[in-house]
Design a protein. Structure first.
Ligand code: COI
Length: 374
């Protein structure tokens, strides 16, 4: 069966051994105050790697893990994750946005973290089948309000109990889902970024930057806290060699509209290959907006700002969707992006993308996978 079709197949009680919750927690959830990733749906998927094989795929109640204190992932960070979203459309259909891209990235992240990879096709099939099954068993957890979705978080951790520094011989692949609102709240507000001059998110060459792995996020915590203490919400990372070229924002890729052209850093192994980044580039090119994927010095951004040529700045990510940037802090100065924030293109991209995801706008690219519920 073609892989994408496999998501369309109806699932009779999940394709996997299924242990249902005794009592659902759904009634305790305030869907008006979801935040991002604070509550998790009733069920999750797990699968284990041992004796050289991935096995025991199952769906069971979401709950704590039983891990030894010596577990490899806790000490040496051998862990990868990913994230994509399912949307409840006004037409009642549930659509999952571009999970094939996430399967590919999860596969690539596993390879970089020396986690035994299953063939890409098998990874896709399992990810799709498990997502479809979770959506079906927890369909009532998919929020319906605009801006809300069911976030799907695959996670792979090394579970061997040893302090030896080497790739583990046992792993668990899990998928949990969480009803979420916007990561940065209201689109109107715009986020503030502080350009990080001291710390580095990822090495420029040969590092972990393109993998979705815990270390990249751990590296961001101290600079993130320092940024917040100085009144900025997020860090704008520069390259690890010279701290000269713009990289990304950690929770999203970054775009600058300068004098009518949209510029974004290229994928060179140090930034995350974002699925929404790719979707934005596709849409902009279709709309005839000049797009440049190229190295961009932070001084070019500040010069454009001072010259009045920096028309819009926005981030793009699964959690962040399309997120306008309102202020950039660099050295000791804070620069405001010229109003309106969000700018015209930022808003158009947000409307187009969320319209496609919810089924309001025709999905010309075949990005959505519809999950039949019955
Ligand atoms: C995502 O956009 O899916 C992310 O993983 C970003 C983040 C919340 C860590």
């Amino acid at each position: 069966m073609p892989l994408l079709d496999s998501l369309l197949e109806p699932v009779s009680a999940p394709d996997f051994p299924f242990t249902p919750v005794e009592t659902s927690r759904l009634g305790q959830v305030d869907f008006d105050a979801l935040g991002f990733g604070r509550v998790f749906a009733d069920h999750m998927f797990s699968m284990d790697y041992r004796d050289g094989d991935w096995r025991d795929a199952r769906i069971h109640p979401y709950g704590p893990l039983d891990l030894e204190p010596g577990t490899v992932t806790l000490h040496y960070g051998q862990t990868v994750f990913d994230g994509f979203k399912a949307f409840q459309g006004e037409d009642g259909q549930v659509r999952v946005f571009r999970p094939d891209r996430n399967a590919q990235r999860l596969h690539d992240s596993c390879r970089r973290l020396c986690i035994p990879i299953m063939p890409l096709e098998q990874m896709r099939e399992i990810l799709f089948a498990a997502t479809r099954a979770l959506i079906r068993v927890d369909r009532d957890w998919i929020p319906r309000a605009p801006g809300q979705s069911l976030y799907v978080r695959p996670l792979v951790i090394a579970t061997e109990n040893t302090l030896e520094v080497r790739a583990a011989d046992a792993y668990r692949f899990m998928i949990m889902t969480a009803p979420v609102g916007g990561y940065f709240g209201d689109l109107q507000d715009g986020v503030s970024l502080r350009v990080e001059e001291r710390y580095t998110r990822a090495a420029s060459i040969g590092g972990l930057g393109a993998a979705k792995t815990a270390a990249n996020y751990a590296a961001s915590l101290l600079p993130g806290a320092e940024s917040r203490a100085r009144g900025f919400e997020q860090v704008l990372w520069l390259d690890g060699n010279e701290h000269r070229y713009v990289e990304e924002v950690g929770a999203m890729n970054i775009f600058f509209r300068i004098d009518g052209r949209v510029v974004t850093p290229p994928l060179g192994g140090s930034i995350l290959p974002g699925v929404v980044r790719d979707s934005v580039l596709t849409l902009l090119r279709e709309w005839g907006v000049p797009v440049e994927e190229r190295r961009l010095e932070i001084s070019e951004v500040i010069d454009a700002l001072r010259a009045g040529d920096l028309e819009e700045v926005f981030g793009a990510g699964t959690a962040a969707v399309i997120c306008p940037v309102a202020r950039i802090g660099y050295l000791d100065a804070t620069h405001s992006i010229a109003p309106p924030v969000p700018g015209e293109l930022t808003r158009r991209l947000y409307d187009e993308l969320t319209g496609i995801q919810c089924g309001r706008i025709e999905d010309r690219h075949g990005w959505n996978l519809v999950v039949p519920l019955d």
